[in-house]
Design a binder for this molecule. Structure first.
Ligand code: HCA
Ligand code: CU
Length: 387
């Protein structure tokens, strides 16, 4: 299985997000270093800047295959090929409603258009990987989806992408992505067609990752994701947890370097001006921190009592937080961290109370401030002894 990162295409469709071309290059290089197999780097028809960015990224000879997004139009294909991409993602909506209301066409006209465009692309650049996405796949009439997908594959499409454009699917229900992937593969196999299957899951219901994993279990070959899940509306699958789960839980053997994920996320966050949510799985500030006294008591003995993911896989560390939730063992642990002798219980409780009071002011105590608090009580104690 392979990953397609769309931070530079879908991600740039986040309101207000724009990456300058020199930043796009850095992001593409980081994705490549991590070992992401496909980088969807823009939709050339949107602007000349996007074309320039695509051209430069293609000229870098990355290991990753660079993809351009394209409408089902010859002019878009020409532009994409002109940018030097080896992969073009063509899309068109296939639902009767949209075809008739918006495009004033019928399904046969759409079939012809898609067939002609894909034929043209394959002839113009033999070896070009072509993906066809029936937009809003999962809510479109199934016979339209497999009918047009079959036409696309016969014309030369290598990949059919199932787009859950509106985040509509739900695991374990009649809207299951697992069942959809199995059903579409079966239908195409009956026609002797075996394209690779890609999935593009939006997160409108917070189920993008769950649906993507469902698709993976059903045999999908390529999964789309973006950094922080950036994209239209609620965005798509967040890249970091997808990679971690595939590697750690599903034991896929792709050679991804997960240790570079924090750097990638910081870069994308800085230049997209979208903060990394503190509780964002894997990359959020708080996700390997322990706060409540009962948790820290167990976590200082073995973090795995309260963690099921080892932070080391993304080069992060377990953190114990000092705030109003701290307990006796939190303070003992912090004293050890700063190399301080463990004082009498009475002093430990004085320190604990101070830490809790500060915590009630909506603050946490870092180890530097903790040192000052300990010093204060030690000093106090000396004065008391002198008297
Ligand atoms: C879009 C919609 C899209 C397309 C996906 C694809 C979707 O922004 O054009 O072309 O594979 O969610 O359907 O992102
Ligand atoms: Cu999308």
């Amino acid at each position: 299985m392979k990953i397609l990162d769309s931070t530079l295409r879908e991600g740039e469709q986040t309101p207000g997000v724009y990456f300058d071309n020199h930043i796009k290059m850095v992001i593409a290089e980081l994705l490549d270093e991590i070992g992401i197999e496909f980088i969807e780097a823009g939709h050339p028809v949107v602007s000349n800047e996007i074309c320039q960015g695509l051209k430069k990224i293609c000229s870098r000879s990355l290991n990753a295959t660079v993809c351009a997004h394209s409408r089902s139009l010859i002019e878009d294909i020409d532009l994409a090929i002109d940018c030097g991409v080896d992969f073009v993602g063509v899309f068109y909506c296939v639902s009767n409603g949209r075809i008739m209301d918006v495009y004033k066409k019928n399904i046969d006209m759409v079939k012809c258009q898609i067939r002609d465009v894909i034929n043209y692309a394959k002839r113009k650049k033999p070896g070009l990987i072509i993906r066809f996405t029936p937009e809003d796949t999962v809510r479109s009439e199934f016979e339209n989806v497999y009918g047009i997908a079959a036409e696309a594959v016969k014309a030369g499409a290598d990949i059919i992408s199932i787009a859950d454009t509106t985040g509509y699917m739900m695991p374990g229900t009649c809207r299951s992505m697992y069942d959809y992937v199995v059903g579409l593969k079966k239908k195409l196999a009956e026609m002797d067609l075996f394209p690779r299957i890609e999935v593009h899951c939006h997160d409108d219901r917070g189920l993008a990752l769950a649906n993507a994993l469902d698709a993976f279990r059903a045999g999908a070959d390529i999964i789309d994701a973006s950094v922080m899940g950036l994209g239209e509306r609620a965005g798509i699958v967040d890249l970091a947890p997808l990679l971690v789960i595939l590697k750690e839980d599903f034991k896929v053997t792709n050679n991804w370097n997960l240790k570079l994920l924090p750097e990638l996320y910081e870069t994308v966050s800085k230049y997209s001006k979208i903060p990394i949510q503190v509780n964002l799985p894997i990359t959020g500030e708080n996700v390997f921190s322990h706060c409540a006294g009962i948790h820290t008591q167990a976590a200082v003995i073995n973090p795995l009592h309260y963690q099921s993911i080892d932070p080391g896989i993304v080069e992060r560390k377990t953190k114990i937080i000092l705030d109003h939730m701290a307990g006796y063992s939190t303070i003992k642990y912090a004293l050890e961290q700063i190399g301080e002798k463990i004082p009498d219980d009475a002093i430990i409780y004085d320190i604990l109370n101070t830490v809790k009071q500060i915590g009630r002011k909506h603050r946490t105590v870092d180890l530097e401030e903790f040192r000052h608090i300990v010093k204060w009580y030690n000093y106090h104690d000396c004065q008391a002894v002198k008297k």
